[in-house]
Design a protein around this ligand. Sequence first.
Ligand code: OOG
Ligand code: NI
Length: 466
Amino acid sequence: MSQEKFLEPWQLRAAFARSLSDMYGKEVPAYTTLLEVSHEVNADFVATHGADAERLGSIDRVTAERHGAIRVGTPTEISQVARIFGAMGMHPVGFYDLRDASSSSVPVISTAFRPIERDELARNPFRVFTSMLVPGDRRFFTRDQERRLDEFLAARRLFGPQLLRLADRAEAEGGLPAADAAEFLRLATEAFELSREPVDQAWYRELEGVSAVAADIGGVASTHINHLTPRVLDIDDLYARMTARGITMIPAIQGPPRWEGPDVLLRQTSFRALAEPRTFRTPDGQVIEDSLRVRFGEVEARGIALTREGRAAYDAAVAELDERAAGAGEAERQAIGREIWHRTFPVSETALADRGLGYFTYELLPDDGGGRAPHVVRAPVVYEDFLPRSAAGIFQSNLTDEGAKDAGQTGAERDDDWMAGALGRDLHDPFELYARQVERSRQATAATLGVDPETLTPATIPGGQS
Ligand code: OOG
Ligand code: NI
């Protein structure tokens, strides 16, 4: 009897990322254009930069790399999302409070589901930024709106029993046989398709008055993928090429400015949300065709993960930039940003490592054939997470309306412990994950050399500007 093929979590994850990408390309054709341009940018970057282009991930990884964004309404829903992603080896990492990170009305808290082990990330790093509505936050919703939202959300079902059963089985058994895997992937992809069901117009518009994000979550009876984001090796080049193709991009690239030194964290940009046809049920019972602008295309460039010290320096730099560039145009903002960056971050990777601002693993380079003995080098760790300020900027620049937020009210307390409780799982701290990766590389390299890990002193960073 032939053994049926068995798919491990990473294979389910890679297949799910492909399947979502195919589905989203059919639903949002401009996303396909974005993928084409991303591939061009990456191919050209590799052609001009050679092996250096792969310092933050192999070209195979980067070409397949995507992040998605989804939005749900309740702790029950996010705990189900956690089970579905758990089946694919994706775990909740980090807590993001978007309610304060934005001047617009964005009443959500978020986490990201992603692989957490180094070899799993290398196999396929697919990650999904997942936001949850906070109906109990009085800055946004009245008591009566909260009650009606709770009622509406409690009555809907985003994920069916068969999907959840297969998810639990995959997580418990470390994967699924091919036929079950195919069924799991079909149901999981379907759960994130845009629904054709008519939307209750009065309810949707009422929520939209509070927040377009609230309407997108709590105004419809299903969920959908909000965007899928390919990774590029040169985001400024991508921005220019998309603009040249006549696609309207948001005014700025979010995150660190373009500069001469090492890329850190994450730079992102997007094209504006597109009008998509949706049907509505009007208060007098008619079903009409209209459109909604909710979904968009985003692209990102990833840099080196920063330590807590590096991150504090980044946050201070961003705060200074905001203050000094208030009211300035984009070109001036970029210039001020570069000036602040030169004061905040070193222009070499070696200095970034030496000053303890970035995470670098310890690697053993074999004898190079040129007479140099095997030696220890440091390799930059790529940033695998998100940035609350950039996320807020992405949300904000794609809202049709600012919405209404009453800053005079006190917000509902939400923190990482609360999120972990809603998820029913551990919530990982991104800094601890990066630090663990560095420590493991140090132990492994020291063990290979038969020396005390404390005595490892890497001299150079190959390919890094020193
Ligand atoms: C999520 C926005 C945040 C990112 O890349 O920072 C995000 C959303 O629009 O639901 O995706
Ligand atoms: Ni995104």
